[in-house]
Design a protein. Structure first.
Length: 170
């Protein structure tokens, strides 16, 4: 296995979208509220059907798996000598390399007022952004017209590291 190049900057983000957390917590509490009573009836006089027991167990499992999944999701960012590396754990098994050789501009991005949040999950799914729900990040513009948004809480540090790498490769 090849060792990673010199790492100039690294950052890890956790899932921070509060609306999604609210929905997941409601599902968790709902699963406990609706799934546990039928399971407790197993010892009473009225025994629930197998379908009810299986459905309650599945609903309860989903209610506990979702928060655990959200706690394990992490966005890892590394700026190395040869480019920008991004990985979303547990969905990607290795880092995705973004070459900075054709970088035209790198600037901070922050959602202001009612403008559309381009670091939203919708943009992240469409591969225009790498974000876990934050509102601050950086905007990378390339010479071919491609734009990538990247969530970051330390915008100045990552911009400096990216500019150092892009100046070396230019």
């Amino acid at each position: 296995m090849e060792s990673p190049k010199n790492i100039l900057y690294r950052e890890a983000q956790t899932f921070s979208h509060s609306l999604i957390w609210l929905v997941v917590l409601c599902i968790t509490f709902g699963s406990v509220y609706f799934a546990l009573p039928p399971l407790f009836e197993l010892t009473g006089d009225r025994v629930p059907t197998t379908t009810v027991v299986v459905a309650s167990s599945v609903f309860l499992a989903i209610g506990f798996i979702l928060p655990v999944l959200l706690l394990t999701i992490k966005l890892r960012i590394q700026v190395r000598d040869d480019g920008l590396y991004i990985r979303i754990i547990p969905f990607q098994s290795s880092f995705k390399k973004i070459s900075l050789a054709d970088l035209k501009n790198c600037e901070p991005y922050e959602q202001r007022g009612k403008e559309e949040n381009q670091l939203s999950l919708r943009c992240a799914i469409s591969k225009k952004a790498y974000s876990l729900g934050g509102k601050r990040g950086i905007k990378l513009e390339f010479k071919n017209g491609q734009t990538i948004l990247l969530e970051s809480k330390r915008q100045e540090k990552i911009i400096q590291a990216i500019k150092n790498v892009s100046n070396k490769s230019a």
